[in-house]
Design a protein around this ligand. Structure first.
Ligand code: NDP
Length: 329
């Protein structure tokens, strides 16, 4: 028997709530590989899944959330993995459609796993987690299209994606400007390597002109909405924005002008369905390019019973950096 944080729906109210329950491996959904989970994390999507209505992501209850985890293979019906292998999982709708990492064991498809890269342990892999993996995919997409001279802007900088993107870009030698709505996180962002802090209010107003001064050589955007619309008009000629998230809204009230007259590239980043080779490449780059002392500075520890409160906090934009959940604590 092992512990899992299970979301159950109350039939009368239609609302779900979480409680720690004991379960058996037989109760886990079908899959080729059973993993003894060591760490999971709290991402924005986890906040949605932990909410009473499941954020539109959870279709069936009871449900075990946790969109990512790292741990050790306990048993495998797939020749690619054997007991004792260290693995990491992000994406594939695990924690949404399929039970995820908020349990001491998980059963998943072998195709969804990635062997832990040399240089990372399971705790560090989850300090990175889905948010950090996505930050790396964003940096790789910007590199593929060429990062121009000038500061690289990171929006939602004090959040999970933003913190890791800031640390990676700074470690690669870029001048990083972090946008935050929390001025008290300025020192934290500078410790990750940001050279400039931009107040959220400066970029949150609706666009008045479709183009402003060419300012940013690239951008990792976790916020979307009016902020992204504004940023598009400030990008340098031929530069790119890696659009990751919508913490500030899904609407994009812009015009075609920055694309036509400045050749700006808007690159959509999806971490969920990345092919295996890209996953391996991104995790390898994380192990190589993300300074581990910076990663440690962005981590706050948690246990399963903390998750409902942390889920609510992340939806309010109140979590700083990355939360790692020790599921065995
Ligand atoms: P976090 O909550 O950790 O970070 C989001 C940050 O955005 C906040 O910390 C805050 O930063 C800022 N923010 C929040 N609300 C607003 C607002 N109303 N206006 C402006 N800024 C705001 O979440 P994550 O970093 O985990 O995820 C960020 C986004 O990326 C989410 O939308 C998530 O769903 C998405 N995502 C997408 C993935 C993909 O595959 N495309 C994968 C992972 C995440 P600050 O306080 O510094 O202003």
């Amino acid at each position: 028997m092992f512990n899992a944080l299970v979301m159950n729906k109350d039939e009368e109210s239609g609302l779900a709530s979480a409680a720690i329950e004991q379960m058996d491996v037989d109760q886990l959904p079908a899959g080729d590989v059973v993993v003894a989970v060591e760490y999971s994390t709290v991402n924005y999507k986890d906040g949605l899944c932990l909410s009473a209505k499941g954020g539109g992501l959870v279709r069936n209850y009871p449900h075990v959330g946790g969109i990512d985890f790292a741990g050790t293979v306990e048993s495998s019906e797939d020749p690619r993995y054997k007991a004792g292998d260290k693995v990491v999982l992000t994406g594939w709708r695990v924690g949404e459609m399929h039970w995820g990492g908020y349990a001491q064991k998980a059963r998943v498809k072998a195709d969804w796993l990635v062997p832990l890269p040399a240089g990372l342990d399971t705790r560090q892999a989850m300090a990175v987690g889905t948010a950090g993996f996505t930050a790396m995919l964003s940096v790789m997409a910007l590199e593929d299209h060429g990062i121009k001279d000038g500061p690289v802007l990171v929006t939602g900088a004090a959040g999970g994606v933003g913190s890791v993107a800031t640390a990676i870009l700074a470690a690669l030698g870029h001048d990083v400007a972090g946008v935050t709505g929390r001025p008290e996180t300025g020192d934290y962002l500078k410790s990750l390597g940001a050279t400039q802090i931009v107040a959220r209010e400066e970029l949150n107003e609706a666009i008045k002109r479709p183009m402003e001064a060419e300012t940013w050589g690239g951008c990792v955007d976790a916020v979307g909405g009016e902020m992204l619309a504004r940023v598009l008009g400030q990008m340098k000629y031929g530069s790119s924005v890696a659009a990751v998230g919508l913490a500030g809204g899904a609407a994009l009230p812009t015009t075609v002008i920055p694309f036509l007259l400045r050749g700006v590239n808007l690159l959509g980043i999806d971490s969920v369905m990345q092919p295996f080779d890209n996953r391996v490449r991104a995790w390898g780059r994380i192990a190589k390019d993300l300074p581990m002392d910076k990663l440690e500075a962005m981590v706050q520890p948690a246990v399963l019973s903390d998750l409902p409160a942390l889920g609510a906090d992340i939806l309010k934009g109140q979590v700083k950096g990355r939360v790692i959940v020790d599921v065995n604590a």
